[in-house]
Design a protein around this ligand. Sequence first.
Ligand SMILES: C[S@@+](CC[C@H](N)C(=O)[O-])C[C@H]1O[C@@H](n2cnc3c(N)ncnc32)[C@H](O)[C@@H]1O
Length: 213
Amino acid sequence: MHTEQIDFWTGTFGKEYTDRNTRDQQEWDSFFINYFGCTKIDINNRCFGHLPKDAKILEVGTNTGMQLAGLQRMGFSNLYGIELQWYAVEKAKEYTKGINIIQASGFDIPFKDSYFDLVITNGVLIHIAPKDLPAIMGEIVRCSKQYIAGFEYYAEQQTDINYRGNAGFLWKMDYEAKYRELFPTLKQAYKQIYPYLTEQEQGNKDCMYLLEK
Ligand SMILES: C[S@@+](CC[C@H](N)C(=O)[O-])C[C@H]1O[C@@H](n2cnc3c(N)ncnc32)[C@H](O)[C@@H]1O
């Protein structure tokens, strides 16, 4: 499947994003503490910290693998990622150790049905055009045996946002509810709203959620 957003992320914008947002794990922790008052590892632990440490986990849209390196620090050992940008996949080889990160699209996940215990996205669904959500969410649900998680920009209603001067590349909504609307057999296992604490981002919120098949 080919979309306008795929061109955006595999082009100059994507490369610049990758250069701008690659942080070592200490900086990555500080980034989350600044915005939410706790680390992403704390946020993950509250949501799916109870999963066995050998659970097979796929992140869709890994960029250089910061989130997966965080999962590794939590003790998870069976980690996979897919990422659109070749540039970020190359950088992920330097950034991560012992994590399987390959170039692929979330619209066509190159793994068989139910291959993973958990499939997760972090700030990726927000960059998918709402009309394409059934396709990518369908792929994510297909590859998961049990759990689907996400940490995404939240709003009760779908909202279009201008992204660094670009229209049509960023949205916020209730992604957990969207999954259940599209796949009504999914059950909500966890949902927590995280308001941004910084003045600049006042009123903005992210949501961490876990769905169970
Ligand atoms: C905002 S970044 C988030 C990166 C990472 N998940 C994190 O939290 O640090 C979004 C990433 O998703 C990737 N991406 C966008 N659409 C994708 C798709 N259809 N399939 C796979 N990756 C995608 C982009 O190239 C980019 O690296």
